[in-house]
Design a protein around this ligand. Structure first.
Ligand code: COA
Length: 296
């Protein structure tokens, strides 16, 4: 008899789900490593804590989108797979998804994704996909279009940084118009995810009339999520993030609809790489927009 049960994520599952996630993605990174890339390293303790904190946020906001697979032959608390998704109005996103390497290709991933898609109930959807063959197969079979993503990597040549004016540190009263801009670009505001990101990331905004835009910048100076009404504003915001970077940096989730970001990266003397797909259902690739891996 099949001893694997797919059930809603409980808050006491989070440490076990985090361990499963760390093992699954380390193995996937090793498998997907290209010649010349450094050996992937285990997830540091701070990143594990951040993972648990983020997933707790998702479970609080929309528990119906959060699922785990447990092997009951090993008790009810050993997570072997997880799929964390969220509905935000008419929009659905998949924040993370994985099955422990030893349990893959046995249909567990399908049961997990089916549970999240039943919760999505036909909403338009978006998420960032790895190149893992099990993942891409699952997504296309579930009806998602896979848009190849570029990324820009390297160290910014600081002599190329332009003088940018008209940007400001974000405030809580910016969130209303940011949600409005999100709706224009991806069909729904980030809502409670803005409050979460405000707590953990730096927010820089353009409040210029008719040219709004914002970027969240992480503690390593990476653009974690960027949205703008016009490509010129998006470019200013990306330059601001690049100016905050030190050492090697990364601009991720660039679809071909967002060549404005490639142009900034090239001007800063970063290199173009290719990395995974933006998976979309019932919506075009947002632009000017750089999605966040977890908050989309
Ligand atoms: C993506 C993932 C969650 C799918 O879980 P799973 O339990 O392997 O999924 P399933 O067995 O239900 O389905 C995967 C499909 O791809 C196939 N598949 C699985 N692993 C494969 C592999 N390494 N190579 C080729 N095909 C593979 C399976 O046969 C199955 O196809 P089928 O249903 O037509 O037979 C899992 O493979 C995984 O954790 N991958 C690494 C992490 C990752 O990339 N996560 C996605 C983040 S966007």
């Amino acid at each position: 008899m099949d001893s694997v049960r797919v059930r809603p994520l409980r808050s006491d599952d989070l440490p076990s789900a985090e361990r499963a996630s760390a093992i699954t993605f380390l193995e996937a990174d090793r498998r997907g490593r290209r010649v010349g890339e450094p050996e992937p390293r285990p997830r540091p303790a701070a990143a594990s804590r951040q993972w648990i904190d983020r997933m707790r946020h998702f479970r609080t906001e929309d528990p119906g989108g959060c699922w785990v697979a447990v092997d009951e032959s090993e008790g009810d608390d050993g997570v072997i797979g997880f799929a964390i998704s969220q509905n935000r109005g008419p929009f659905w996103f998949l924040a993370t998804y994985g099955v422990l390497p030893g349990h893959q290709a046995k249909g567990i991933g399908r049961r997990l994704i089916d549970a999240t898609l039943a919760h999505a109930d036909g909403r338009q959807g978006m998420f960032s996909s790895t190149v893992h063959p099990g993942a891409t197969r699952r997504y296309r079979l579930a009806g998602f279009s896979l848009h190849p993503q570029m990324r820009m990597v390297g160290t910014v040549d600081r002599a190329t940084l332009p003088a940018i004016t008209g940007l400001h540190e974000g405030r809580d009263d910016d969130i209303d118009w940011m949600n409005h801009l999100d709706r224009r670009l991806r069909g729904s505001g980030h809502g409670p995810d803005h409050a979460y990101m405000r707590r953990t990331l730096r927010l820089v905004v353009s409040r210029a009339y008719g040219r709004p835009g914002y970027v969240y910048i992480d503690d390593r100076g990476r653009a974690a999520l960027l949205a703008a009404a016009h490509p010129a504003t998006a470019q200013d915001l990306l330059w601001e993030a690049l100016a905050a970077s030190s050492g090697d940096t990364l601009v991720n989730c660039i679809t071909p609809a967002n060549e404005w970001a490639v142009d900034v990266g090239l001007a800063a003397r970063l290199d173009i790489g290719q990395e995974g797909y933006l998976a979309l259902r019932a919506m075009p690739p947002p632009a000017p927009y750089l999605a966040s891996g977890h908050f989309l």
